[in-house]
Design a protein around this ligand. Structure first.
Ligand code: ADP
Ligand code: MG
Length: 685
């Protein structure tokens, strides 16, 4: 293989510059620091031996291979065969009798005696010095040899400034020392600890990485305070009218959240707040109330949901509550085309549309807001990190553009309210959302009944259907949730239609409806209202009903292939029952054999009714990356540290960040340049 330049190595490994290679850390190591006398090596050992080639030949039968016989000069004549099944003519030429070779590999008993198959080998002169550190094995890509990577990394280490830009915590080594211990550990290093990333050197790097994240988050928070936004104080008049029309009063937790959000909105800086609350805790109402002052002030509000169905549900709710106040709500549906779409876009652009509800299509090119003052993002956890960033940028662009028109402050930004039913556990919130204020609705509206959850093997399906028959004839209603087919919407639809046909055939005395995502909105709405009116006993549905559907008399839910669903989704689905006075049941029907992960998911959902507990368990099960949806966007948030496992380092970094920015602004800048050379944005999602 031709020698690669450091630039080439860096590029192939996905780095922008060779300097980044100092943080390309080894996966493991091998010991080339000593030569073991051949006679001391036992079969099964991996060792480095040295000897002289006695004989070397290329055989063609029984298969093509190169066999060399080597005599170990140190052990006084012990012999070893080594075989190469793939080799180049140049290698044959190297292995002439008399050549001295160093071989590293596993020794095993062979046909002729002890042998090594495909060891790492090289031809050396007598007394060639041995390396005095362990040899790193780096993460590699095809077409890049370990040798090339080692050379490039060593070069980068020699050139880089490895000094400590900030004071080092007492219990951790210096940066240069830590990198030395990781790239070139001494022969007596604890390999197990190194490989499990549990040494002082590893902890130093994890700490550094977490510190960079905390510093960038603190900087983002400061920047936000330096930004301007339209203050939206609320006199409460519209809110009072909206609330007066409702058949219920707000819970204390809703009141508290509302108060916190209003406080933020009244300030001249952009709000960045997450509203957390379990499924059914009533977040939508709080959102509807806080958009009122923006509308009263003549400004626009964008309300965004992760899917078309959720957007529609939100639109219907907002419309129901705001229209009586004389406030029009526009829905930017995906199905919107031609003239209707043009008109909506024009209304958004000239400000006549005050509230626009939609998916992330709201923030795609071609949609320009006139004077956007507040963005509400529902089910925020379902958006990828990249989408959240795009949203942010769009907000900035929008306000910059507006500012030119209004010739006000050039960096004015909309306020942001995000909502999530997947609570973010403290350690994660601290790590990823330090620039986010959080409100929690920690109580459900009164009158909800607890749900009993059961798991049941799909081989008892006939029994379930029979019970369903009796249950529905006793006056209650039920949902039948069809299996999730993630790969294809078409297959998903077919699964739903099959289940529907089967249940219609098996339950002739019941009225069985079907609702799925491919249906036209009017058709969907017709089925839903028939179900709500009690005209249907049983509603066969896809995850369309995951959110927003509210039928108190429906108290039984059967979920087919429950093992395919994620925890958050199961929890959302189950939240459709338990809304009335009836005792509610959720039957999780599964198809065995279950994978270990699926078994754990079902157990968690069976054992817990509380969304916070489920989210914590979900995090344990999937790890922070997937939990936060980082995988989805292809972005890795942290390379080395894990905010949950390394919570102690995270706390240390968080506690240090503000003081370091205060006392060592230059050092903090250098630290950030080392860890986040290509911008800070990733951490600000
Ligand atoms: P989520 O927090 O999951 O988005 P929703 O906002 O959809 O929950 O609210 C669930 C249901 O509870 C809706 O039908 C809503 O109208 C109703 N609701 C909201 N607040 C209250 C309340 N304080 N008392 C009774 N019902 C309420
Ligand atoms: Mg909701």
């Amino acid at each position: 293989m031709a020698a690669s330049s450091p630039e080439e190595v860096a590029r192939k490994l996905g780095y922008a510059s060779p300097a980044d290679l100092i943080l390309h850390l080894p996966l493991r190591y091998q010991d080339e620091t000593r030569i073991t006398p051949l006679r001391d090596v036992r079969p099964g050992d991996t060792a480095q031996v040295e000897g002289v080639v006695e004989h070397c030949e290329v055989q063609n039968r029984p298969r093509r291979q190169l066999i060399a016989q080597v005599t170990d000069t140190v052990s006084g004549g012990a012999q070893l065969f080594f075989r190469l099944l793939h080799f180049y003519p140049s290698q044959v030429a190297l292995l002439k009798p008399g050549a001295r070779v160093r071989l590293l590999g596993e020794i095993r008993p062979g046909f002729f005696g002890a042998e090594m198959v495909h060891p790492q080998f090289r031809v050396v002169r007598e007394n060639t010095p041995l390396p005095d550190t362990l040899t790193p094995i780096y993460p590699a890509v095809a077409a890049l040899s370990q040798y090339a990577i080692r050379k490039a990394v060593a070069g980068a280490l020699a050139e880089a400034d490895l000094s400590d830009p900030l004071p080092v915590p007492l219990n951790l080594p210096g940066f240069a020392e830590a990198l030395g211990a990781l790239h070139h550990p001494p022969p007596d290093a604890d390999l197990a600890a190194l490989e499990s990333r549990d040494t002082p050197a590893w902890r130093r790097l994890k700490y550094d990485e977490l510190l960079a994240q905390q510093l960038s988050l603190r900087l983002a928070a400061r920047q936000r305070l330096a930004l301007r936004a339209l203050p939206l104080p609320d006199d409460g008049a519209l809110a009072a009218r909206l609330l007066a029309a409702l058949p219920f009063a707000m819970t204390a937790a809703q009141e508290r959240a509302l108060h916190e959000i209003r406080h933020d909105l009244a300030r001249p800086h952009p709000m960045n707040r997450l509203l957390q609350g379990d499924v059914g805790s009533g977040k939508t109402l709080v959102a509807a109330l806080v958009v009122l002052p923006a509308l009263a002030a003549g400004h626009q509000v964008a309300v965004m949901a992760p899917t078309e169905i959720l957007a529609e549900q939100l639109f219907l709710k907002f419309h129901e509550w705001l229209a009586p106040l004389g406030l029009e709500v526009a829905w930017l549906a995906a199905a919107l085309r031609g003239k209707a779409k043009k008109a909506t876009l024009a209304g958004i652009a000239d400000g006549t549309v005050r509230v626009a509800v939609g998916t992330h299509a709201l923030f795609q090119n071609g949609v320009a807001f006139h004077n956007l003052a507040l963005v509400v993002v529902d089910e925020q956890h379902r958006f990828g990190v990249a989408q959240r960033l795009a949203l942010r940028d769009k907000g900035a662009a929008v306000s910059a553009c507006e500012a030119r028109v209004a010739s006000s402050d050039a960096d004015s930004q909309p306020h942001m309210l995000m909502m999530s039913a997947t609570p973010i556990p403290r350690s994660l919130a601290m790590s990823y959302y330090a620039d986010l204020d959080v409100s929690v609705i920690d109580e459900l509206p009164p009158g909800r009944t607890p749900i009993t959850t059961r798991t049941i093997n799909a081989n008892r399906r006939a029994e379930v259907i029979e019970r369903l028959h009796d249950y529905c004839l006793s006056g209650a209603q039920a949902y039948w949730v069809c299996p999730l087919v993630e790969e294809s919407e078409k297959l998903q639809l077919r699964a739903a239609e099959e289940s529907h046909a089967e249940l219609v055939a098996l339950l002739p005395e019941l009225n069985v409806g079907l609702v799925h995502g491919r249906m036209k909105s009017e058709a969907k709405a017709a089925v839903m209202s028939a179900f709500k009116a009690g005209e249907l006993h049983l509603l066969v549905a896809t995850t369309v009903i995951e959110v927003g559907v509210d039928v108190p008399n429906a108290a039984l839910m059967v979920i087919e292939h429950a093992e395919r669903y994620g925890l958050a989704q199961l929890h959302q689905l189950r939240g459709r029952v338990g809304r009335g006075a009836r005792e509610s049941t959720c039957l999780l029907m599964y198809e065995g054999p279950l994978s270990e992960a699926a078994r754990q998911r079902l157990k968690i959902i069976h054992d817990h009714n509380d969304g916070f507990a489920i989210a914590r368990a979900d995090l344990q099960l999937r790890g922070p990356g997937e939990f936060l949806g980082a995988r989805q966007s292809g972005q890795q948030l942290l390379r080395f540290a894990d905010p949950v496992a390394d919570a102690d380092l995270l706390e240390q970094a968080r506690d240090a960040a503000d003081g370091l920015l205060e006392r060592h602004p230059d050092g903090a800048r250098r630290h950030l340049a080392r860890w986040l050379p290509h911008g800070l944005d990733l951490f600000r999602a």
